[in-house]
Design a protein around this ligand. Structure first.
Ligand code: GLN
Length: 287
């Protein structure tokens, strides 16, 4: 079968199955299986695929038609220009979260200590470490399975940093229910993308997210603010003087989370919008 014919079959199958981004997903899955890129469809659509590739592609399209997230089929997600391994135990890194990383980068200095609370795949902490000098940090998560993914991502990204090699202190992963097992030290930055979807909103999420991503990474309890309350209340103890706390938030949580931070003694509390113009990040500094 020709490459383009197979693509058109995949595209039609995903469209029939009601997959939103059927064109893109059909192409990305084919590129993943055939180790090709976008040009192949544009310029080499006549190329024959092997029987094995065709069979693998048909399997991948069947999975995607059943709403398995694209990233769970390919096993990876790009974030901040880096490739992260993902599986069903971690939230797939989202573009929205790049907004959080970029905001932290504006204030991050060489040598800073960072705590990433609810680290999941480790994508936030690892991007910060990759794009800075001599910083180090801890990624904490309640899920041991997530921490295995984070550790693997950490090893992969550490291996990229040959000019500025990481040592054993650069990144540590801690199995911890919020701060319970975090060592008592002072961090310069605490960053977190905690679960923040109100429980009542969970049933309205896309099937891919609702059925296949870890609920423990999404459910922010009754009003979605449960984890912000806990983290805001405890982070003062773990922040250096003038240390900063950064959160990713849901589009309607800017006011509630900034109020919470001001009441806990944070100063210069700011809300930052994402590229869609929605409130996405709240941060402040602790004195
Ligand atoms: N932004 C994610 C979503 O909408 C939720 C992330 C989170 O709860 N931390 O799926």
């Amino acid at each position: 079968m020709k490459y383009k014919e197979l693509y058109l079959w995949g595209r039609e199958s995903l469209e029939k199955a009601g997959v939103g981004e059927y064109e893109l997903d059909a192409r990305l899955l084919l590129e993943y299986i055939c180790h090709t890129n976008r040009n192949t469809l544009l310029v080499h659509g006549d190329k024959e695929v092997t029987g094995e590739e065709e069979e693998k592609y048909r399997e991948a399209i069947a999975l995607r038609s059943n709403r398995i997230p694209l990233q769970h089929i390919t096993g990876v997600q790009e974030f901040m220009g880096l490739e992260f391994k993902v599986n069903k135990h971690v939230l797939c890194p989202r573009q929205d979260t790049e907004c959080l990383v970029e905001e932290v980068m504006r204030y991050l200095c060489d040598g800073h200590r960072i705590l990433d609370m609810c680290t999941g795949s480790g994508c936030i902490l690892l991007s910060l470490l990759h794009y800075s000098n001599h910083c180090s940090g801890i990624g904490a998560d309640i899920s041991e399975e997530a921490l295995k993914v984070a550790a693997e991502n950490g090893a992969n990204i550490a291996a990229m940093n040959r000019l500025n090699p990481w040592d054993e202190k650069t990144v540590k992963w801690i199995h911890s229910d919020l701060f319970s097992k975090v060592p008592e030290e002072k961090f310069d930055m605490i960053v977190s993308n905690p679960p923040y979807i109100a429980s009542s909103v969970i049933p309205t999420l896309m099937e891919e997210v609702r059925e296949h991503e870890p609920m423990s990474a999404l459910d922010g309890m009754e009003d979605g603010l449960f984890f912000y309350r806990k983290i805001v209340a405890e982070s003062g103890k773990y922040l250096a003087k003038e240390g900063m706390l950064f959160f990713e938030i849901g589009y309607d949580q800017g006011q509630a989370v900034s109020e919470m931070m001001k009441q806990a003694g944070f100063q210069e509390v700011s809300v930052v919008k994402d590229f869609a113009g929605l409130d996405r990040v709240v941060y402040g500094s602790y004195r």
